[in-house]
Structures are given as C-alpha cells and as structure tokens.
Design a protein around this ligand. Structure first.
Ligand code: NAP
Length: 293
C-alpha cells in the first residue's frame, strides 16, 4: 500500500491564509496582533528560530517585538522584561525562547508569563487548563500535530494512539490532547523505560514519534495502514551535503512508507506547523482582547 504523504507545508499555508484573513479583519478595527519574543544569549539555533518567528509574523499581518537580552542577564531583569510585556497593550502574546542559561530558573520564568498571553502554552496555568479540559492556548507543536491529523481526514475517535516520547513540550501535551473527548483516542505513551517498544508501536492506528532519535521506528514496528506522524528532527552526518549533515526524523521513512497509510516527511511535515500554530494562538489572544474569542 502506498502511504499518503501529509504535506505540512501545504497544510501550514492553508492555515496561514486563514490567519491573514483574521489579521486583516482585526486591522480594519485598528488592532494588530502583537507577539513579544524574548531571547537570552547568542545561541545560533535560538536566534534562527526567533528570526523565523518574526518573519512569519510580518508575512501574516502580525507585529513582533524582539527583546534580546545578554547571557549575563539576571533572573530579576528577565522577569521584569516579562512583566513589562504582560502589561503592554500592544502585546497579545509573550514567548520566551528556550533554552535559557543555567543560572536562570526556567520554571519561575514560565510562571511569570501572563497565562492569557501565554501563546506557547507552557505556563503551569495553561498546562493545568489543558489537563482539566478548559479552554487554553495549546502548545504549538502538539497543536500542529493534531491539525495535521484532522485536516488529513484521519479518524481519532476510538482509535489507538501511541506516542513515543513524554517531554513537557511535545509528548505529554499530545497525550492530554488526544485523550480529550473531542479527539477521543485511546492513548499509550512510551519512553526509555518502556519494555519492548515495538509491541506497543505495532498496535498504533496513530503513531507519533517524538523521541529525538534518528531511525528509532522502522517499518517492521508499524501497523499496516497506520497514520505516522514524525515530530523528530535529528542531524545525521552527510558528506554529500554542503552543510555536512542532513535532517531526518525518528522514523525510517523508506521502510515506513511501505506499510503506513499516512506519513509526514522530515523536513516538511510537522516542522512548518509549529510557527503557524504560534501565529494562530497570537491571533486568538488579540481577538480575545477585543471580545471576539
Ligand atoms: P526530549 O525532551 O529529549 O524528549 C524525548 C522523549 O523521548 C523523552 O521522553 C524520552 O524518554 C523519549 N525517548 C528518547 N529515546 C527513546 C527511546 N529509545 N525509546 C523510547 N523513548 C525514547 O525531546 P523533545 O523536546 O520532546 O523533542 C523530541 C523531538 O522532536 C526532537 O527531535 C526535537 O528536535 C523534535 N521537535 C520538533 C519540533 C518541530 O517543530 N518539528 C518541535 C519540538 C521538538 P525519557 O523521558 O525516558 O527520557
């Protein structure tokens, strides 16, 4: 069976078209959704992520406000920057780019973000809302995964979903999302303590790999016709590439393609969805301010 390839770029562009319609409707009321992006230090990967987020804002009718702080910033100064964004009426969403330097307490930083501006969905209040099934901002990568599944027409209700990975930013929020009544899946979460990983993955109607291990899942571990969502992004050495490496997922794509019913490629699957969901959350935050949510 040839798998249907889920084109994340195409789905992300569909959603961005909806977002541009939303931002232009708000613009006619004089409101521009604003995203404050706080970045600490000079980590090249973080700078590149932040640049991508800012570009996506400007291309889709949102405004971004960058706060670049030195590596040596104190926790008090960082918290003061967050508080200033919390009360700035032009800012509807606040994002702190991770990772942070070791001397900063990440939990205290996340907790300082106003939950109603927490468009990354990482504050303890939003995590609690997600678990309790209350309206909340969904973390962007898990929300992107769910959009890919829904917009591909894959049934989740009554199906078995297996998630490989239990991080706070991907695996656990996905577990909480998929088990909600609207998606109604039966969910298993695997991790490094799981015995016989393949015995679980072979049961999955929907298999989500978010372990960060290149080639962890191959075709022999996938049920025929399953929907396979590969969140992993891993660098593997590749001397033919000018960069000396290429990006691959957690799933061995060639063997998985033979057996699965749907599959996301890496790159071009989940990746393009993450920033798109950040834009969607920021638009929603701006709408809430003008009583539209
Ligand atoms: P993480 O914090 O390192 O968590 C990885 C999880 O996978 C952990 O729960 C770990 O188990 C589990 N795991 C690792 N090796 C395993 C194995 N051999 N068998 C079973 N479980 C295993 O990573 P993350 O931040 O969630 O990210 C996961 C991957 O997604 C990474 O490749 C990351 O680059 C990618 N990612 C992509 C996007 C995107 O936009 N496309 C966004 C975020 C992350 P333990 O808990 O037992 O250690």
């Amino acid at each position: 069976m040839a798998a249907r390839i889920i084109d994340g770029k195409k789905v992300a562009e569909e959603i961005r078209t909806e977002i541009r319609a939303g931002t232009s409707a708000l613009a006619s009321k004089g409101i521009v959704p604003g995203l404050a992006v706080i970045i600490v230090g000079e980590d090249p990967a973080s700078i590149s992520y932040v640049t991508g987020k800012e570009r996506a804002c400007s291309e889709n009718g949102l405004r971004s406000f960058e706060h670049r702080l030195p590596d040596s910033v104190s926790q008090a100064e960082l918290l003061a920057t967050i508080r200033a964004c919390n009360v700035d009426p032009d800012v509807h969403g606040v994002l702190v780019q991770l990772p942070l330097p070791e001397h900063i307490n990440e939990h205290a930083v996340m907790a300082a973000i106003d939950p109603d501006k927490d468009v990354d969905g990482f504050t303890p209040v939003n995590v609690g809302r997600l678990v309790l099934d209350h309206p909340c901002y969904l973390p962007c990568t898990p929300a992107g995964v769910v959009e890919l599944i829904k917009r591909s027409g894959v049934e989740t209700s009554g199906r078995r979903a297996v998630i490989v990975g239990r991080s706070n930013i991907v695996g656990k929020p996905l577990m909480n999302l998929l088990v909600r009544r609207d998606l109604n899946a039966t969910v298993t979460v695997c991790h490094t303590g799981t015995r016989d990983l393949a015995s679980h993955t072979r049961e999955a109607d929907i298999l989500i790999a978010c372990a960060g291990r290149a080639g962890l899942i191959d075709g022999t571990m996938i049920k025929s016709g399953a929907c396979v969502i590969d969140v992993g992004v891993n660098r593997v050495e590749d001397h033919r590439s000018a960069r000396g490496f290429r990006l691959v997922g957690d799933v061995d794509y060639a063997s998985a393609l033979e057996v699965s019913g749907w599959i996301t490629p890496v790159p071009g699957g989940v990746g393009p969805m993450t920033i798109t969901m950040l834009l969607a959350n920021t638009l929603r935050a701006a709408r809430a301010v003008c009583g539209e949510a």
